[in-house]
Design a protein around this ligand. Structure first.
Ligand SMILES: [Zn+2]
Length: 277
């Protein structure tokens, strides 16, 4: 599933192609993905006006003109691929957007999503602020001024496990399962601890590690993304050296104990019983 780093890298790539250019045509090959695609509204708000900005909020990619905003979500298997051809080379292309490049040659952005859990939505600029998908989201982990303070304050009185707390987008966005597991290992905090029992100094470590892990993944993705024109459909997982995730029963690289696996909030949770207290 594309996580924050993947969406960030895709957003940067799409930004390069779209900002300052105008979508001259949008073609939708089906009426719905996870939700119905508001094709007429999308065309009205996005086609024919220069794109002012492309940015990411949580795992949504927002494409803005002066009239409104296109909201893209990649779901489980979505991707946006660039091609000089109107005819997409990729199966499961559900929408295509035409722009002109610097030589006035057409370029096409193809929205590809084999499993169709992704979405393409649109709203006016005014509606964006109150959009139901966005309004309750917590802060961006790489943009908030003091993530540790925020997490500490927000976790007061919350008995939910610290890992479940971290993965809840109401608290902070973009900390997917892999990133939560790895950050807690690096911070030395046991994922099952009640969030309210995690000390201020431990939140500082967790916040640092969440930010480092996400930045590392974005850097890794940024490198592999240079080749995105030739991508073959689904987005890849970024190469991040994983110290506990997927390593149940293996020796911890720090202490030699065996990495444990437990279900927590329905998600696979890996930790070292020695290093993480
Ligand atoms: Zn260990």
């Amino acid at each position: 599933m594309p996580e924050l780093p993947e969406v960030e890298c895709l957003t940067r790539a799409v930004q390069e192609v779209l900002v300052g250019r105008t979508i001259t045509h949008a073609t939708f090959h089906r009426k719905d993905l996870r939700w119905p695609i508001p094709t007429q509204e999308f065309t009205k708000l996005l086609v024919g006006s220069p794109v002012l900005n492309v940015r990411r909020r949580s795992k949504y990619m927002l494409v803005e003109t002066k009239h409104g905003c296109g909201i893209f979500h990649l779901g489980m298997t979505g991707n946006i691929l660039l091609s000089p051809n109107e005819e997409s080379a990729w199966k499961h292309t559900h929408a295509s957007f035409r722009v002109l490049d610097q030589n006035q040659d057409p370029l096409f952005l193809h929205f590809v999503d084999p499993r169709r859990f992704g979405s393409i939505l649109a709203c006016t600029t005014n509606e964006l602020v109150y959009h139901p998908l966005l309004v309750k989201l917590g802060p961006e982990p790489l943009e908030i001024e003091d993530l540790a303070d925020h997490l500490w304050e927000r976790s007061r009185g919350k008995s939910v496990a610290v890992k479940t707390f971290l993965m809840d987008a109401h608290n902070v966005v973009g900390v997917g399962n892999i990133y939560a597991n790895e950050s807690l290992f690096r911070a030395g905090v046991r994922p099952t601890r009640p969030a309210s029992k995690v000390k201020r100094v431990e939140w500082a470590k967790i916040a640092d590690q969440v930010q480092s892990v996400l930045k590392e993944a974005i850097i890794a993705g940024g490198t592999s993304f240079r080749d995105y024109r030739h991508a073959d459909g689904g987005p890849g997982y970024f190469e991040l050296s994983l110290q506990v995730y997927g390593r149940a029963g293996e020796e911890c690289g720090q202490c030699g104990s065996f990495v444990k696996l437990k279900k927590l909030g329905g998600r696979a949770t890996y930790y070292c019983p020695e290093c993480q207290i």
